[in-house]
Design a protein around this ligand. Structure first.
Ligand SMILES: *Cc1c(COP(=O)(O)O)cnc(C)c1O
Length: 463
């Protein structure tokens, strides 16, 4: 709870608007009709149905004037585009990984990596797998395990590095595994599924030591690495005063490679890459790339998009930018705290994760409380959010398959919304919180096999 009498101050924007996009609040009737049309799945809404879109921070960033200018430098050559050469040199400079393979987004990079490593009978640990990495591991027949520290699952606990890996469990897993059973270890920075929580450099150092002692490569899911580095700078005493890029290099020096969705800390609307130190692996991934994404100097992207990403990847390391970015999340968190709304603490790097179990304690998991909350937030004020819980991660069969955390994510797009927008969102959440006891559960009426949260349909349970 904030100190009584303290005013909650919005972070100062280190930019001003040059282009705007009109948005409006649909009427209550329009919202109700939209929910019906969408089968109560907010992925089925159109943008005109939505006022504030907190569905994701992925690919929703506002690009800078420099990025737009960079797009005019697009060299749309099939092979050997100078935009790729620039992109490659930026990624090499930031990460130190020598082999850089572009892909149209994070999951395409994951496809390249996991088809090389994941096999039936193998296990791939992560602090917490994101939905796409978990799906790529599983579709290749491997087992995805989450080894985050126990603190990660205590929603109320204010712990600085809830993204950390439980190194004891990792050591035990690697010790008891047969040769080749764990082909690689993954670490997600920041831990999206666990609330956008950072991993400390200290923990990564220990994870790296454990992996390399066991002869297992360590790969990073580095979508939000700059946000992670910001928290390291803020919260890890030995790292204060170092630049984001210096901390980044210290992080990447511990790993053998990474996958990245540039739609996050690349500040672009599309793009990604996989990078590695292993030349033979890079060659094999490039062969696959040509089949699925395109030639290795564009990887399924227009070359102008690579140029915008080259600029965005560097802009995301700017301290003033990160202070505003993380400051916006904290600004929303402070207002929700003042209203007593339960959410995962401390607030993460890219959004607020409402604690569904305490928000709607009267709804059992089978009644899809996360989906019920997402629907009510839309109904109240045309705010779009997403369930990160039983629907995204459970198997839908057994209550035991329910994930340890049942959350609703309010992801904040980068540089897109104002403080007034965030105040509006806080008001909407508070209004739903006040009428929470009357909120009823939902059921799934259509369930696809994989990544079901994207295309499932729902209906309210009748009282
Ligand atoms: C977004 C994301 C991905 C996948 O990236 P896409 O660009 O959406 O395919 C993977 N891991 C994490 C942690 C993410 O947040």
């Amino acid at each position: 709870m904030p100190v009584p009498g303290r005013t909650i101050r919005p972070p100062l924007e280190p930019f001003k608007a040059k282009v705007i996009e009109a948005i409006r609040v649909p009427t209550a009737e329009e919202r109700e009709a939209a929910l019906q049309r969408a089968g109560f799945n907010l992925f089925n809404l159109t943008s005109d149905d939505v006022f504030i879109d907190l569905l994701t921070d992925s690919g929703t960033s506002a690009m800078s004037d420099r990025q737009w200018a960079a797009m005019m430098l697009g060299d749309e050559t099939y092979a050997g585009s100078r935009n790729f050469a620039h992109f490659e040199s930026v990624v090499q400079e930031l990460t130190g990984f020598p082999y850089v393979i572009p892909a149209h987004q994070g999951r395409a990079a994951e496809n390249l990596l996991f088809t090389q490593f994941a096999r039936p009978g193998t296990t791939i640990p992560n602090n917490m797998h994101f939905d796409t990495t978990r799906t790529h591991v599983m579709r290749n027949g491997a087992r995805a395990v989450n080894l985050a520290i126990p603190e990660a699952y205590q929603v109320d606990l204010d712990f600085p590095f809830k993204g950390n890996m439980d190194t004891g469990r990792l050591s035990e897993l690697l010790r008891s595994a047969s040769a080749g059973e764990v082909p690689l270890v993954m670490m997600t920075l920041t831990n999206n599924t666990g609330g956008g929580q950072p991993v400390s450099l200290e923990n990564l150092t220990e994870v790296s030591r454990i992996c390399h002692t066991a002869g297992v490569p360590l790969y990073l899911d580095m979508c939000r690495w700059a946000e992670n580095a910001y928290f390291v700078r803020l919260r890890e005493p030995a790292q204060q005063g170092r630049s984001i890029r210096e901390i980044g290099r210290a992080i990447f020096d511990l790993a053998d490679g990474a996958t990245m969705s540039a739609k996050k800390d690349g500040l672009v609307n599309i793009g990604g890459f996989v990078a590695t130190r292993d030349p033979a692996l890079a060659d094999r991934m490039k062969e696959e790339l040509i089949v699925f994404e395109g030639f290795p100097t564009y990887g399924g992207l227009a070359r102008r998009d690579l140029e915008a990403a080259s600029v965005g990847l560097l802009e995301a390391t700017d301290l003033a930018y990160l202070e505003h970015r993380i400051g916006q999340v904290r600004f929303l968190a402070d207002q929700l705290d003042a209203e007593g709304v339960p959410f995962l603490h401390p607030p993460g790097g890219h959004g607020i994760y409402l604690d569904v179990r305490r928000f709607l304690p009267h709804l059992p998991v089978q009644q899809l409380p996360g989906q019920a909350l997402v629907v009510e937030l839309y109904r109240e004020g045309a705010v779009r959010t997403v369930e990160v819980g039983g629907i995204m991660f459970g198997d839908g069969e057994s209550p035991e398959s329910a994930p340890a955390l049942e959350l609703v994510r309010l992801a904040i797009p980068r540089r897109a919304y104002s403080s007034a927008h965030l105040e509006y969102v806080a008001g909407v959440v508070a209004a739903v919180f006040r009428r929470r006891a009357a909120i009823r559960g939902m059921k799934m009426t259509y369930e696809p096999e994989r990544l079901r949260h994207f295309t499932a349909r729902f209906a309210p349970l009748s009282g």
